[in-house]
Ligand binder design. Structure first.
Ligand SMILES: *Cc1c(COP(=O)(O)O)cnc(C)c1O
Length: 236
């Protein structure tokens, strides 16, 4: 990686952090916003640059790619990096996820929750779980219907190796600003409802990506998942 590319990542990170700090002051949650750096399809070198700049939370979508990176990095760094799985979870990949990740943001089925709970190694702390909600009824996308959230939340709460932390959503790609607004508002309402039932352990609402981060935080997100605005375009 050239110096120029690594400087770009460092500068991008500083810029996103600064924006988040300003935005957090306008957020209904009145708290800092956690930045998840989405490193899928980006190199180990790029991740190391971000770690050197103080980034500790990384998101990955593809199990094999992620496990390779996590294993390689383990031998190279001492920082306690937290890995978040944010892609669709296939049942046959739950074991790898349970063994290597700190968070799974894309839980949407009881079967997956059960397997993650059973396969989480005893020597690791609880696996943090967000339930993925399909808030705008996108046919192309996974996620729970809003009215299914409470049942799965109850189930995850009964799993000793899982810790329910909140909700995650990915909005439809082609929506208007107004539709996004409504979807973010509905997510925030669902999140507050979950907090009322389960209390303070529900502390994470993950919504907003590079393109709609500002709007998401204003509507109550306290975790945003940013790839492109930090690492640049991904190769498809
Ligand atoms: C890829 C991805 C992101 C990051 O998207 P950018 O537009 O690059 O910021 C965020 N969340 C999920 C679930 C993703 O798959």
């Amino acid at each position: 990686m050239t110096t120029k590319v690594s400087e770009k990542i460092t500068n991008n990170l500083a810029e996103v952090r600064q924006q988040l700090q300003i935005l957090a002051e306008q957020s209904p949650q009145e708290q800092s916003v956690q930045l998840l750096a989405v490193s899928k399809k980006h190199s180990l070198e790029a991740i190391k640059v971000a770690i050197a700049a103080g980034q500790m939370h990384f998101g990955e979508n593809y199990v094999q790619e992620a496990v390779d990176k996590i294993n390689q990095l383990k031998d190279q760094i001492t920082e306690p990096v937290q890995w978040h799985f944010i892609g669709p979870v296939q049942s046959n990949k739950t074991k790898d996820i349970a063994q290597h990740f700190n968070w799974v943001q894309s839980v949407e089925r009881e079967k997956v929750a059960r397997r993650l709970n059973e396969q989480r190694p005893d020597n690791l702390e609880q696996l943090n779980v967000l339930l993925q909600v399909n808030i705008d009824d996108d046919d192309n996308k996974s996620g729970l219907e809003p009215e299914q959230v409470n049942a799965l939340a109850d189930y995850v709460m009964s799993c000793p190796k899982l810790k329910l932390r909140g909700l995650m959503t990915i909005l439809k790609a082609d929506t208007t600003q107004q539709q996004r607004q409504q979807s973010f508002e509905r997510m925030f309402a669902l999140y507050q409802q979950l907090q009322q039932i389960y209390g303070e352990q529900i502390d994470t609402l993950s919504m907003g990506m590079s393109a709609d981060m500002r709007q998401a935080v204003r509507e109550g997100a306290n975790m945003v998942r940013i790839g492109t605005a930090i690492f640049g375009e991904r190769e498809s």
